[in-house]
Ligand binder design. Structure first.
Ligand code: ADP
Length: 486
C-alpha cells in the first residue's frame, strides 16, 4: 500500500536553505519513493519559495489562520509534490527565514511557526487534498514544524490524530517562547501541561512536537544517545530519556547526484578513486582562488557556519601550529563576528598560507572538497554533519571531533585501523587546543606517508553514505507506525 506522508519543514533544497535540515528535507521524497511512500513537502511561502512556483494552484484558503488570511498553493519540488503556505504578512519578508538581514530573530516567530503548524495539521487531515483526503502520517522537522504535532494531538480539525514522527536536526534550536503567547495559539487549556506545550514555564515548540510524536528520530545513532545527557539535551534530556525506545537515530545520506567527484561540473578536473591524481589540478585551482602559495604540502579546508557549536572559536588558536608544520588553510564560512575577526587576523599573520572567504557559496564548497587534502570539522556537538560525508566522498580526508554523526561516520586512522586498512579519517576527543592540535599533527604525519594517505582517501571514497539505507530505515518506521506493509 502506498503511504502518503506530509513532510513539514521550514527549509528544503533547492528552494530555501540555511543548513543541513534543508538538504535532508529536500532529499527525503526521492529517498522514500522506492519504498512506496509518497512525501509531500510543506513549506512556508518565503519570497524564494513563491518565486520558484510559477504555475502554482491555490487549493485551499483560510480566512482565520490564527487571525490571518492564508492560501495553500500546490506545486512541485524537484519533481515531487509540494504544498506552500502563503501568508504574505508572515512570510514575505527580506532577510533570512528566521530573522532580518542582520540576523536578529523576528519578534513574531512564534506566530509565524504556530500558523505554519496549524495549517500543516489541517492539511494533514485533508484540507486542500480533494478526493485524496487525509495523509497517512505526519513527519515534522525541527522546532519550526513542532507545533504541527501539538495541533494534531490537541486540536485536530476533525477525526483522530494522525500518526506522527518528529525529527530533531539540532537540539540547540528549540523555539522557546514566553508563556504569554499560549493564548494566541488557539489550543485548548489541556495543552498547557508538562506533557503538552509547556516547557520550563514558557512554550517550547520543539518540546511540544517531541511530546506529541509517536516516534522521535534524530540524524545519527550517537546523537540519539547523546541527547539523553544534560550536556547535549539542552534541557530536554529528561523528556528524551522518558521516551525510551521511541527515540532512534537515522543517519542522513548525501545526494550522490550532486556530490560525486566523477561528474561534478564545479571541479576543474573531475576524478574517481582510481584517478586521484586528477585532484592536483583542483588543488592548484583552489590555491589560485584563495591566493595561497603553490606547494605540495597539505591543504586543509573548512566549510562551516563560524560558531561555537562548530568549534570555530578554537580554530584560530591552532592555526599557528598548523602553519608551523607546513600546512595551509582555505576557509569558507560566515557567522560569529568575533570568530571572523580572529580568522582575518590569522590570515594577515600568514599571508599565502591562510585564505578566508566570508560568505555562502555552494559551487566554491564543491571546489574546496575536490581540491583540499583534509577537511577540519571540530564540532562540540554535531547531530549528523554533512561536510565530513562530502569530504569522504571526495577523498578530502575528514579530521573530526568524536561526537554525534562525526563519531558514527569517520573511522580514526589509529594503528589498528591503519593495519586493518579500514581508516577513513582522523578523530580527536574533546574540542580543546591540545586535542585539536594533536589531530592536526597526526594528519600532517599521515599525509607525508603517501601510500597510507592514499589508502585512507580510497577507503573514504568507498563508503556508502547515500540515502539508500536511510530511506529504508524511515520507511520501516513509517510502516511500523501506520501498521501497513509495503
Ligand atoms: P549545519 O546544518 O549544522 O550547518 P551540516 O554539516 O549538517 O551543518 O550542513 C551544512 C551544509 O551547509 C553543508 O551542505 C555544507 O556544505 C553547507 N555549508 C555550510 N557553510 C557553507 C558556506 N559558507 N558556503 C557553502 N556551503 C556551506
Amino acid at each position: 500500500m502506498t503511504l502518503r506522508v506530509l513532510s513539514v519543514a521550514s527549509e528544503a533544497v533547492p528552494l530555501v536553505k540555511t543548513g543541513g535540515l534543508a538538504d535532508v528535507a529536500g532529499a527525503l521524497p526521492a529517498a522514500l519513493a522506492p519504498h512506496g511512500a509518497v512525501l509531500t513537502t510543506f513549506l512556508p511561502g518565503y519570497p524564494a519559495v513563491l518565486g520558484a512556483m510559477k504555475r502554482a494552484k491555490t487549493v485551499h484558503q483560510w480566512s482565520d489562520l490564527l487571525g490571518e488570511d492564508a492560501r495553500l498553493l500546490a506545486g512541485k519540488i524537484a519533481g515531487h509534490p509540494l504544498l506552500v503556505l502563503d501568508v504574505p504578512h508572515l512570510f514575505q519578508r527580506d532577510g533570512t527565514p528566521y530573522g532580518d538581514a542582520r540576523g536578529k530573530d523576528w519578534e513574531d516567530n512564534w506566530r509565524r511557526f504556530a500558523a505554519f503548524g496549524r495549517a500543516a495539521a489541517d492539511v494533514a487531515e485533508g484540507a486542500g487534498q480533494g478526493k485524496a483526503g487525509a495523509f497517512d502520517l505526519i513527519h515534522a522537522h525541527d522546532w519550526q514544524a513542532g507545533m504541527t504535532l501539538a495541533y494534531n494531538r490537541f486540536a485536530p480539525a476533525s477525526g483522530a490524530p494522525l500518526p506522527a514522527v518528529m525529527t530533531i536536526h539540532n537540539m540547540a534550536f528549540q523555539g522557546y517562547f514566553d508563556a504569554r503567547i499560549f493564548r494566541g495559539l488557539g489550543l485548548p487549556r489541556a495543552a498547557w501541561a508538562m506533557d503538552g506545550v509547556e516547557s520550563y514555564g514558557g512554550v517550547g515548540f520543539l518540546k511540544a512536537g517531541l511530546q506529541a510524536a509517536d516516534a522521535i528520530t534524530t540524524v545519527s545513532p550517537s546523537y540519539a544517545a547523546e541527547i539523553r545527557l544534560p550536556e547535549f539535551g539542552m534541557g530536554l534530556e529528561g523528556l528524551i530519556a522518558s521516551r525510551g525506545s521511541a527515540v532512534s537515530g537515522v543517519l542522513n545520506g548525501i545526494d550522490n547526484g550532486e556530490w560525486n567527484p566523477a561528474t561534478d561540473a564545479a571541479l576543474a578536473r573531475p576524478y574517481t578513486a582510481k584517478t586521484l591524481g586528477g585532484r592536483k589540478a583542483n588543488k592548484r585551482a583552489l590555491e589560485a582562488e584563495f591566493a595561497l602559495d603553490r606547494d605540495d604540502g597539505p591543504l586543509f579546508i573548512v566549510v562551516s557556519r563560524l560558531t561555537w557549536q562548530k568549534g570555530m572559536d578554537v580554530l584560530p588558536e591552532v592555526l599557528d601550529h598548523l602553519i608551523g608544520l607546513g600546512g595551509r588553510l582555505a576557509l569558507l564560512g560566515s557567522g560569529d563576528k568575533a570568530i571572523e575577526h580572529e580568522l582575518h587576523r590569522a590570515a594577515l599573520r600568514h599571508r599565502g598560507r591562510i585564505g578566508i572567504r566570508i560568505g555562502y557559496d555552494e559551487a566554491l564548497s564543491h571546489r574546496m572538497q575536490g581540491g583540499g587534502d583534509a577537511i577540519l570539522v571540530p564540532s562540540r556537538f554535531e547531530p549528523c554533519g554533512l561536510t565530513q560525508l562530502y569530504g569522504l566522498a571526495y577523498g578530502c580526508v575528514p579530521v573530526v571531533a568524536r561526537t554525534g554523526g562525526l563519531a558514527d561516520t569517520v573511522i580514526d586512522a589509529n594503528v589498528a585501523a591503519l593495519a586493518q586498512g579500514a581508516a577513513t579519517g582522523v578523530q580527536f576527543v574533546g574540542v580543546s587546543y591540545c586535542a585539536f592540535a594533536e589531530a592536526i599533527s597526526r594528519t600532517i604525519a599521515l599525509y607525508a606517508d603517501k601510500p597510507r594517505w592514499k589508502q585512507v582517501q580510497v577507503n573514504g571514497m568507498a563508503c556508502d553514505f547515500s540515502w539508500g539505507p536511510s530511506g529504508a530505515a524511515y520507511a520501516a518506521l513509517y510502516r511500523s507506525l501506520t501498521g501497513t506493509r509495503p
